[in-house]
Design a protein around this ligand. Structure first.
Ligand SMILES: Cc1cc2nc3c(=O)[nH]c(=O)nc-3n(C[C@H](O)[C@H](O)[C@H](O)COP(=O)(O)OP(=O)(O)OC[C@H]3O[C@@H](n4cnc5c(N)ncnc54)[C@H](O)[C@@H]3O)c2cc1C
Length: 492
């Protein structure tokens, strides 16, 4: 099927979803093309969910690299101080201020962090401050002995990143954006004479468009090459991450991390928005963009490093583990620009802290496009609030009784670990962006993310999906085609 639109965004991760939401404020036809069966991205599903408030910790790693171009570091500051709170309020996403502390073993590490603090200060980070040994142990009483001080930023936040991406895309769709999932962008169609974008070729047809925005993260170079200009390479930096159970006695209140090294910020212990602890990630460069395996050695190494911070950390408390691939770029800067070579081509590439910067990147791109000549007429009827599914787990007893009286399916708990009811699952199936798989339900509602990891609820969710979509249970997938859960039924 062929389409015609003003702007097409390729990639429905956190960056593409934020751009879609921002552009949905204007009288424009916007389409999003995503190759996977659901929106939500790749790296955007596999991260620590931290909205970083300080650039100090990453400043150390990227000391002499372009990433710390002031425009980029200002994106952090703007994102946190101005844009994020409004987006979170409009979209009703779970967000928790946790703070972050970076601890030093010796004076050399303190000196390195002081250099980074000064650089951060020059770029608008006024809140990261030095703390004494006594203050460090007051903030993190569980910390291993031997640390001499550190740097603390009170503004670091944990966010429910799965819900954030869904919320941004849902709100974009409520404001008119069209989303094509299971659609792979194959090439950008460029008029060779005028060097102007004509549209996008996909495996499902042609999309005529004035602008194509490349938000493909680790695959951005593949798409960029089809314009005839691409002077960078994207590669994965794998991060293995154990996720620990909720309510552990040794869980710290702030995020705790060691003094960063040259390649990565180091294994951190991070309280998440849902109350679990994220440990890691490790940092190993690779070439295989699809690789997501965890290894026994890799996870043990992460835990060993975590125990240097909090000795009680115990792998037996882990509920799941994953490997995420950061989108690294060679050369290693963030590029957020409209192309100087091809009129109508825009990209956001090399984004290594996209959870933090996505709303600011979206606003930045909107301004870039406007400066480039795209007519952006604000919509009179833009609706900033998404229609959030009422969450049983967050309701008071009175609200629960009312919800059950209105819809008895609120009275049937399907996921017992995370207290997710049948009514919420049915709504997730029928609310854009429509959930069509077990993992899509998980990302929207956390069903299956608790201690039993879907052991009890997965089969019930398969049944509900099949019933609501009026399809055989054998066709319901965990995620992508080929991941069907039930092969046959014994009741014929
Ligand atoms: C382990 C780990 C921990 C992290 N922790 C944090 C953190 O705490 N805070 C923080 O700010 N950042 C963190 N990050 C980084 C953050 O996750 C990423 O910067 C962010 O998710 C990138 O978002 P994105 O939308 O650019 O990419 P993605 O989420 O990867 O989305 C890109 C999308 O493009 C689609 N796509 C690609 N090619 C095509 C094509 N040809 N056609 C159609 N679709 C296509 C993909 O399917 C995918 O859905 C972490 C990353 C990792 C790996």
């Amino acid at each position: 099927m062929d389409y015609k639109t003003d702007v097409v965004i390729v990639g429905a991760g956190i960056v593409g979803s934020a751009v879609a939401r921002q552009l949905s404020r204007y009288e424009l036809d916007v389409m999003v093309v995503e190759k996977k069966e659901d929106i939500g991205g790749t790296a955007s599903r596999q991260n620590q969910g931290v909205v970083c408030a300080t650039s100090v910790f990453s400043m150390l790693m990227y000391e002499d690299e372009h990433m710390m171009d002031p425009t980029i570091t200002n994106l952090f500051t703007i994102s946190n101080a101005l844009i994020y709170p409004q987006w979170i309020a409009d979209l009703e996403v779970k967000y928790r201020q946790i703070g972050a502390i970076c601890v030093a073993k010796n004076q050399d590490e303190m000196d390195k962090m002081e250099v980074a603090r000064k650089k951060g200060w020059e770029r608008g980070d006024y809140r990261t401050r030095r703390v004494t040994k006594k203050q460090v142990y007051e903030l993190v009483p569980q910390l291993a002995p031997g640390y001499i001080g550190g740097y603390y930023c009170p503004d670091e936040c944990a966010i429910d990143v799965f819900d954030l991406v869904v919320a941004m895309m849902q709100n974009a769709m409520e404001n008119g954006v069209k989303v094509l999932t299971k659609t792979k962008a194959l090439a950008i169609d460029v008029d060779k004479e005028t060097k102007t974008v004509r549209g996008l070729k996909t495996d499902k047809g042609y999309i005529e468009a004035n602008y194509v925005i490349n938000c493909c993260a680790i695959y951005a170079d593949d798409l960029a090459k089809t314009t005839g200009y691409c002077d960078y390479r994207c590669y994965p930096r794998y991060g293995q991450t154990p996720i620990m159970d909720k309510n552990l006695p040794y869980a710290p209140t702030p995020m705790v991390r060691p003094c960063p090294g040259r390649v990565a910020t180091g294994v951190a212990i991070t309280p998440t928005a849902s109350g679990n602890l994220g440990v890691g990630p490790s940092a190993d460069n690779g070439e295989d963009k699809e690789y997501t395996a965890t290894t026994k050695e890799g996870i043990e190494k992460v835990m060993e490093q975590a125990r240097k911070l909090i000795p009680e950390m115990d792998l037996r408390d882990s509920v799941t583990q994953f490997t995420g691939a950061r989108c690294c770029k060679d050369p290693s800067n963030w590029v957020i620009e409209v192309s100087h070579n091809i009129k109508g081509y825009c990209e956001a590439v090399g984004i290594t802290q996209g959870v933090t910067a996505a709303p600011a990147i979206a606003c930045y791109i909107q301004n870039l496009l406007e400066n480039d000549g795209l007519q952006l007429e604000p919509k009179d009827d833009f609706q900033p609030h998404r229609k959030k599914i009422k969450r049983f787990v967050d309701m008071t007893e009175e609200e629960r009784a009312e919800a059950i009286a209105e819809d008895p399916a609120y009275g049937t708990v399907i996921c017992r670990c995370e207290t997710v009811t049948e009514a919420e699952i049915v709504r997730a199936i029928h609310t854009p962006p429509y959930a069509r798989s077990v993992d899509a339900i998980k990302r929207r509602l956390r069903a299956g993310m608790g201690r039993c990891q879907g052991g009890f609820c997965s089969s019930r969710i398969v049944e509900i999906l099949a019933r609501e979509l009026k399809v055989p249970v054998e066709t319901i997938t965990k995620n992508e085609p080929g991941s069907e859960i039930i092969v046959d039924t014994c009741r014929k």
